[in-house]
Design a protein around this ligand. Structure first.
Ligand SMILES: Nc1ncnc2c1ncn2[C@@H]1O[C@H](COP(=O)(O)OP(=O)(O)OP(=O)(O)O)[C@@H](O)[C@H]1O
Ligand SMILES: [Zn+2]
Length: 463
């Protein structure tokens, strides 16, 4: 598989540190609010990365943190008159509601910053000992200029960062480029003891600490949104590599933005839609579909129309699945070898697309071609139940890698199945697809169901 590596700005063959294994770290949400559609993108696309690597036989260890202490959480807690812990607990709960709704699997571990203070202090201690960090005014800062590799991820030479950066009077930093690893406690803020006095961790250090604790000093893939490249990920690299003396992450993957009118959807701009509000109107799955229908590095312009298109595309997939299910249930037999070979070709093309830097857009294109092929096969006089069964399993296999077709369960009750067929027939009629409408009528007839067209709609009875 090839992955576009932000570090080298090239697509590179993915070679894991240990054969057959992949250790992945994804920066998780700061839990002070509901997640918005922009935040849903990294959640969904890196869930697909994990599923795909597993599909290809890798043992994946996936860590995603919760940032449960920072300025925004403290502000929210003060606004609401509750503790930071309560804010975090509430929005972690809400996160799970949305993540599950989006079909995102739980990571292998979901560590929280506040539960990893010892590891954080151990990295800061190592950095101080090696001269890469210094305490000052109750805080501890990273000596950015001491790190020869600084700027390698965002591809900006340190001189470019220097311009505009100035030391303010009373500044506790030695250099304006230095950033905080530890922030001395302010009155009323949560604080932990440390060798440099009570305080709390900076944002960047928590990821270095949790990645090391749960995945090791060198990890295979580090991912997150494009906006995290600088300074967050640049700082993570600086901290981890200076503390551990080995490379931090071998591959860096960054998703592009969800935009609204070409501007990044973000809380600060106020141009965001929460996942919850969109899901309440359209369901969760069209949101996931939106994320996987594009290549993860391509910007997506969000609109209601695009969600509606996603919903319609999903309907086509579900309709095909349902049809296959019905034909498959109608008999037994062996599928034709040639047909099975055709299905395998679709599988191979799907893999080729995904191997090319997780090109889910092309992969979905292959799935829709498969759907056309399967619909045609089901259109015949006497569609083969065995072929339908094989087609169904190919369709479920490939949509499953993208984490799609999870929301609607197959109707198991006979009445539900009849209703579903009547709905499919109504749709066929609305599309003037008379042959299909007649076919469904006949199928129902063979199930002992008689239809009656009335001014109120179609009614049915068992004969
Ligand atoms: N508009 C967007 N499009 C794609 N990814 C985004 C967008 N906004 C945030 N992300 C990603 O969502 C993940 C969660 O980030 P985080 O919780 O820090 O969001 P945030 O910074 O609160 O969002 P905002 O940018 O709205 O303030 C990160 O990987 C971030 O890169
Ligand atoms: Zn991070």
């Amino acid at each position: 598989m090839k992955i576009y590596n932000t570090l080298t700005r090239r697509k590179e063959e993915f070679v894991p540190l240990q054969e057959g294994e992949a250790k992945i770290y994804a920066c998780g949400p700061t839990v002070y609010n509901f997640i918005h559609i922009g935040n849903a993108r990294p959640l969904c696309v890196f869930d697909v990365l994990r599923r795909y690597l597993e599909y290809r036989g890798y043992k994946v260890t996936f860590a995603q943190n919760f940032t449960d202490i920072d300025d925004k959480l403290i502000r929210k807690a003060n606004e609401e008159g509750i503790t930071v812990k309560e804010v975090a607990a509430r929005y972690i709960d809400e996160f799970w509601t949305d993540a599950k709704g989006l079909g995102v699997r739980e990571a292998t571990v979901h560590p929280r910053a506040t539960e990893n203070i010892d590891e954080i202090l151990s990295i800061i201690g190592a950095l101080v000992d090696k001269g890469f960090a210094y305490p000052s005014g109750g805080d501890v800062y990273f000596r950015t200029r001491r790190d020869p590799g600084y700027g390698k991820l965002s591809h900006q030479p340190i001189e470019d960062l220097e311009s505009g950066a100035r030391i303010e009077v009373g500044d506790v930093k030695e250099d304006p480029l230095d950033f905080a690893l530890w922030k001395g406690a302010k009155p009323g803020e949560p604080a932990w003891d440390s060798p440099w006095g009570p305080g709390r961790p900076g944002w960047h250090i928590e990821c270095s600490a949790m990645a090391r604790r749960y995945l090791g000093e060198t990890i295979d893939i580090h991912c997150g949104g494009e906006d995290l490249v600088f300074p967050h990920h640049e700082n993570e690299i600086a901290q981890s590599e200076c503390a551990n003396g080995v490379p931090f992450a071998r591959y860096w993957m960054h998703n592009g933005f969800i935009n609204v009118d070409r501007r990044k959807m973000s809380k600060s701009l106020g141009n965001f839609f929460t996942v919850r509000e969109v899901a309440e109107k359209f369901g969760y799955e069209p949101i996931r579909y939106l994320m996987v229908a594009s290549h993860y590095r391509t910007p997506i312009n969000y609109s209601v129309e695009i969600i509606e298109q996603c919903k319609a595309a999903l309907d086509r997939l579900y309709n095909c699945r349902e049809r296959l299910g019905q034909v498959a249930a109608s008999g037994e037999g062996e599928a034709d070898g040639e047909f099975l070979a055709v299905l395998d070709e679709y599988r191979a093309r799907f893999v080729t697309a995904m191997d090319d830097d997780l090109n889910t857009a092309d992969a979905i294109g292959v799935i829709f071609e498969l759907v056309r092929e399967l619909n045609t096969a089901m259109d015949g006089e006497n569609p083969s139940p065995a072929a339908a069964k094989a087609g169904l399993s190919a369709l479920e296999e490939l949509t499953g890698v993208l984490g799609l077709l999870y929301a609607r369960k197959e109707e198991k009750s006979p009445d539900g199945q009849v209703e579903a067929l009547i709905a499919a027939r109504n749709e066929a009629r609305a599309n003037k697809n008379w042959a299909e409408a007649d076919r469904i009528r006949d199928q129902l007839k063979s199930m002992g169901i008689a239809l009656k067209d009335t001014p109120q709609g179609v009614t049915w009875s068992r004969v």
